[in-house]
Design a protein around this ligand. Structure first.
Ligand SMILES: Nc1nc(=O)[nH]c2c1ncn2[C@H]1C[C@H](O)[C@@H](COP(=O)(O)OP(=O)(O)O)O1
Length: 216
């Protein structure tokens, strides 16, 4: 059951976009002036960032890969990547990820990017709906692709990545959030919000007493 509170009970207009005008365009991204009608019927504008790379067959720019490494007699590990991100000007801790290429499905992109960035061969177990990433700034979208990696598969015994500037970081699923906090204290990097929120949700599920705001 959901409980929706409407801030303006007299809303009559269905909000909608009227037009988009390009303010600046590069190879990978562009800045638009979006003209739209708000719920009160007033016409307004918004500054919107868009990727130029979205393929015509999909509503998703890229995928994020939640990959769990399973090995017999070992704990399960979450596969993360550390890389220098120019827009942030620093190293970040993220899920492996990548943009969808022409004619690729989210599943195909996820397995290709996982192999390129980490060297692991995975198997897709679930795909999320299309999700927005920063809707107050951008129309960028992603899909979460959940992947199992059989660490005992001979192909996964000595994984070799194809991208030299990416470090692969394996953190145990058990105590994932604590490990992230420890890593952030030790190393100068910024964690991606999706990774951190996932760690808090996992902690709330497995050890609710350790998460503030979760009813005991
Ligand atoms: N906004 C960008 N500016 C760039 O100068 N280059 C960019 C941008 N976004 C993507 N790219 C380039 C960098 C890579 O060579 C390719 C593919 O990136 P991909 O690995 O698919 O995605 P990320 O993991 O999100 O980098 O695109």
């Amino acid at each position: 059951m959901s409980n929706v509170r409407n801030a303006d009970k007299n809303t009559k207009t269905v909000p909608h976009v009227v037009k988009e005008e390009i303010i600046a365009a590069g190879k990978w991204a562009r800045l638009d002036k979006t003209t739209y009608v708000d719920p009160s019927g007033k016409t307004r504008t918004w500054e919107t960032v868009k990727r130029t790379t979205r393929q015509s067959h999909t509503a998703t720019d890229g995928v994020q890969i939640l990959a769990i490494l399973n090995r017999a007699h070992h704990k399960d590990f979450v596969v993360l990547v550390k890389q220098f991100r120019p827009p942030m000007g620093c190293y970040t801790l993220e899920f492996p990820a990548g943009l969808i290429d022409d004619n690729e499905s989210a599943e195909t992109t996820a397995l290709r990017e996982l192999k390129e960035e980490t060297g692991y061969k995975g198997e897709v177990v679930r795909v999320s709906p299309v999700m927005c990433l920063d809707p107050g700034l951008s129309n960028c979208t992603t899909q979460f692709v959940m992947v199992n990696i059989n660490g005992d598969d001979p192909d996964n015994l000595n994984p070799t990545q194809e991208l030299e500037f990416i470090d692969v970081i394996l953190l145990p699923l058990d105590g994932f959030q604590i490990r992230i906090d420890e890593l952030l204290q030790k190393e100068d990097m910024v964690v991606d919000a999706k990774v951190y929120i996932y760690s808090v949700a996992l902690q709330a599920f497995t050890k609710p007493s350790e998460v503030p705001a979760v009813r005991q």
